[in-house]
Design a protein around this ligand. Structure first.
Ligand SMILES: Nc1ncnc2c1ncn2[C@@H]1O[C@H](COP(=O)(O)OP(=O)(O)OP(=O)(O)O)[C@@H](O)[C@H]1O
Ligand SMILES: [Mg+2]
Length: 558
């Protein structure tokens, strides 16, 4: 309602309200060198003076609010802290004026000892401007002390007696830049900005690396995992070729990464090649590279994965899926350490540690002539087994907690708990897709279930273990015996699932002798392999989830 105001004065009132926060915030933002879009917003508002509408006012207010949130959430209000170490008071005073005007927090010290104390005591000091010539301890000595510390701020050296020699020495000790007196305002500010940007980038890089490493953490307390860790730590510093085998989704890639990151090659590249994903005609160029014009489409020279991994580790994932032709080439690298680019006659040497992984039974592949025996022996210098999740069920609660935290953090969700009976049901499930399947199920539950606790009732039916018995449809059944058999088979399958496909346990649960249960399994064509059931005989009862072949892949379709 605007009965007391004319349209124009109402508009002016709105204008005033909208530009007030602009006027208030602009100097603050200017001081902290944030791009001052608010200035331009204020200008736009002034232009629109006579015709401001409620809509313009709302847009302006939202823009102002957005800026305030951005400004503070990005931590721009934090003043970067700079310590100036110089025995000349005039220099300290003039730098104080410049730096404070530019929005930095200024600290000062007149000699080396004072400087080291200030650095020790000041939380979050970002940069030191350090004079070379100081009474007592010299600037270079202070720099030397800082160099010994694990964390110290970036340093820019200042000197009135700058010689190339001092500059070189200072750079060797880790100084970021070297400024000569008399100091020029612009030169000082540029150097400071560059040094601070470098620190920020380095910190971001460290942060990202920490996050990336966390993603590759190999979690588990089960004795089989402890043994695996012992082996990883023992093998990591050696150059031994390692073959990791185990079912899909058990963490073979994580094991390979753990070996690399604990090896002497940790700072060099870890290059992964998924042998199954590269078409046969491209794998040679992928592994060894090609020269320009080597084949149609080779318009540029390309480095191969072995070259990229030089000095580090190459991880040949799904090695059982390589063609025989590629196997021969890989064998040559393993035997001679030599690579030859496609289209080149030159042979190059590489120093690469090889780790391979497979979920195939390579001995069987050799018998069927799909895998070269000599390559198998080359790769299988040290075999490492990655245990299936059902062999280390005790780790499931720990993994649930770990993935819940990871997924909540990734998606900005509040942490959700799994109730004790949900965890219990998950521990009973056979997890044919192993940890990958467990992780996917947890992710789906966290994303889809409202509330803070995931209960057993939220779990997928097959994991809940409350599978209903489907009574056969009487329509197509000719006689009582056929109906009875079908119903009995359904009952047995359901009880087997409930008891984790454990025959003795199921026999006890349904109160029948084990020998009788075996007879029934035989009669209904139910086979149990690796802790999972499978209906193999032709039968009117379809095999359902939890009964596919044990070789089927995890839930993410891999
Ligand atoms: N011990 C573990 N701790 C934490 N996460 C794990 C662990 N084992 C596996 N994972 C996770 O499970 C998923 C599958 O792991 P990975 O890719 O290493 O399995 P894989 O054995 O190489 O499977 P495939 O044979 O299908 O390639 C990944 O997301 C991985 O981070
Ligand atoms: Mg893998």
């Amino acid at each position: 309602m605007l009965p007391l105001l004319s349209k124009q004065s109402y508009q002016l009132r709105l204008l005033e309200m909208a530009s007030l926060p602009c006027r208030f915030l602009t100097p603050v933002l200017k001081q902290s060198s944030v791009p001052t879009s608010l200035v331009s917003l204020e200008r736009r508002l002034m232009k629109a003076k006579s015709s401001i509408s409620l809509q313009t006012f709302l847009i302006a207010s939202i823009e102002v609010l957005g800026w305030v949130v951005y400004h503070f959430s990005m931590g721009k209000h934090r003043k970067e802290k700079i310590l100036v170490v110089d025995d000349e008071e005039t220099i300290r005073k003039s730098l104080k004026m410049i730096l404070e005007y530019e929005g930095y927090q200024f600290y000062e010290a007149a000699d080396g000892e004072q400087a080291l104390n200030t650095i020790e005591e000041t939380v979050g000091l970002d940069l030191v401007l350090l004079d070379v010539k100081l009474p007592g301890m010299s600037g270079l000595e202070v720099l030397g002390e800082l160099d010994k510390k694990p964390y110290s701020p970036e340093v820019i050296m200042i000197s009135g007696h700058g010689t190339v020699q001092t500059a070189v020495e200072a750079t060797k000790l880790g100084a970021f830049d070297f400024l000569e007196k008399p100091l020029h305002r612009e030169r000082v500010l540029i150097s400071i900005r560059n040094a601070l940007n470098q620190t920020k980038l380095l910190n971001e890089c460290k942060d990202l690396r920490k996050k990336a490493n966390k993603r590759y953490e190999l979690i588990g307390n089960h004795p089989s995992m402890k043994q695996l860790w012992n082996e990883i730590l023992k093998l990591a510093p050696t150059n031994a070729t390692i073959l990791i085998f185990g079912e899909s989704g058990t963490g073979k890639e994580l094991i390979a990464r753990a070996i690399h990151s604990h090896s002497l090659r940790a700072k060099d590249p870890f290059i992964q090649v998924n042998c199954a994903a590269i078409p046969e005609e491209l794998i040679e160029s992928e592994l060894f590279g090609h020269v320009k014009g080597a084949f149609t489409g080779a318009t540029e020279k390309k480095l191969g994965k072995f070259e990229l991994a030089d000095g580090g580790t190459i991880f040949l994932d799904e090695v059982g899926d390589m063609s025989l032709k590629t196997q021969a080439k890989v064998l040559r690298v393993l035997e001679e350490g030599e690579v030859q680019k496609v289209g080149s006659s030159k042979i190059g040497k590489v120093d690469v540690r090889v780790i391979a992984a497979t979920n195939k039974d390579l001995e069987k592949e050799i018998q069927e002539n799909y895998f070269r025996e000599d390559l198998y022996f080359r790769l299988n210098v040290v075999p490492l087994y990655s245990p299936a999740l059902r062999e280390k069920k005790e780790d499931i609660p720990l993994l649930i907690e770990y993935f819940s935290q990871l997924i909540a953090a990734d998606n900005n969700f509040k942490l959700k708990n799994f109730s004790a009976d949900a965890v219990q049901a998950m521990m009973k499930y056979p997890w044919k897709g192993n940890i990958r399947q467990l992780k996917n199920v947890i992710e789906r539950l966290i994303v889809s279930i409202d509330g803070n606790t995931i209960e057993r009732k939220h779990l997928p039916e097959e994991i809940r273990g409350e599978i209903r018995i489907y009574l056969p449809d009487a329509k197509g059944i000719k006689n009582l015996k056929e109906f009875r058999d079908l119903a009995e088979k359904e009952f047995i399958l359901s009880k087997l699932r409930e008891n984790n496909w454990n025959i003795s346990q199921t026999a006890r649960a349904i109160d029948t002798p084990r020998s009788n249960l075996y007879k029934k399994l035989e009669q209904y064509g139910i086979k149990i392999k690796a802790g999972v059931g499978e209906v193999v005989a032709p039968s009117s009862t379809q095999s359902r989830e939890g009964e596919e072949s044990p070789n089927s892949k995890g839930q993410d379709g891999r």
